[in-house]
Ligand binder design. Sequence first.
Ligand code: GCU
Length: 466
Amino acid sequence: MAKLFKAISVSIVAPRSFAKRAGSPIIRPTMNAAWVMLFVAMLCVLLSSGCSTTPGPRSFPAPAALPPCAALPDPLVMLDGRRVSSPGQWYDQRRPELMALFQHYMYGTLPPKPAQMRARVVAEFDDFAGGKATLRLITLETGSNGAPQINLMLVLPNHRPGRVPVFLGLNFCGNQSLTDDPRVPLARGWLTSLCKGCSNNVVTEAARSAGAADWPGDEWPIADIVERGYGLATFCSCDIDSDRPDVSDGLYQWLAGGDPARNRPADRGTIAAWAWGFQCCVDYLETDPAVDPRHIAALGHSRNGKAALLAAAFDDRIALVVVHQAGCGGSAPSRGKTGEQLHDVNRSFPHWFNAEFKQFNDCPQRLPFDQNCLVALCAPRAVLFSNGQADQWANPAGQFDVLQAAAPVYRLLGVDGLAPQPMPAPGQLAGDHLGYYIRPGGHSMTPADWTMFMDFADRQWGKPAR
Ligand code: GCU
């Protein structure tokens, strides 16, 4: 029986320390991290005449002053050449350094955690998915005066002996695109007309009757997910920052307080904004009594996978991340020669990354990191890269190399990541904490892909109690 719940609201106040969110060293550097950054800045002044700006803890060499390196950089070698030889050195020095480097040269600074976020459970229905699940609709108010409002849709199996592990996925076209249940509100933000039922960049009621498919070829098999004992939480990128170069709305516009001088595209990246959205949702999920806060998996397909990986790299509350066909700027090497190249992604989607990243268009080899270092930031947590053989644009073979080149950090931290081995045959899940999977077919997210995502989570966490 459907029941409409009295709205319950919970205020989530940012802790004084950001200790649980791994992005904290950038915002509040630890003594060690601050000294390392200062050392790097001083080294930069000594080595490069082009680096004449006032040295500060966040200054790094200009891209042209960085030495080219054809291979994927070793995540265990610091920018000044020192080798990382202990877990303590990884956590205190190299990890904060890499987080600063990724923000400086690629993604832009991750937006700060909301000072106070209000979560309102606006409705709950226990007869969702043919009576097998409960649908909980939550609004996350991330601030006042036009701050993004994230509409989080949480689906929980009705039979749940304890707290449930949850997949937290970013969707392309709005929560209503995942189900034809009319009780799910339509997305309100700007959306591309590639989304079904979207007219003049606005979602209409036709989005529901269009069938439960987010984006061409993307499926979210809700009944299968709850049947296997998992919860699903999902939100739309359009609630945070619309997927277009226009900077007139969204998170950065709000952070700038409407002041165009402070809303500079140079310092911002939409992928980082979406990663921030993941982190706000985790802030809520940690407080939901039905959710197991130790078993939250972030998930995204393609551009959404780029954001999921960045979110997981910077937030150690995300215990597992599924990065499906994310490609360049996500799971594929920026130095890759197959499929989308760094200059392609920067030209087609200038708003995804900061201005500094465009300076590597003609020489990605100068990047002082590659995506293996982003994966390494997740260590020792679980990461799955999954791919389609026909989706060469996402460079599936290069993604396997990225995982292999992250594995030394997993070994340093005492867990098995991915043993040195050839790329697995289609249909086989390879690896341990670093999983890799490729199947026949192209760029899409299918129910069979979800079976593999859940198999991987089962392997890491054990099958959920049902
Ligand atoms: C384009 C883009 C990719 C991206 C993909 C998607 O193909 O070049 O980088 O991953 O869109 O998000 O579907």
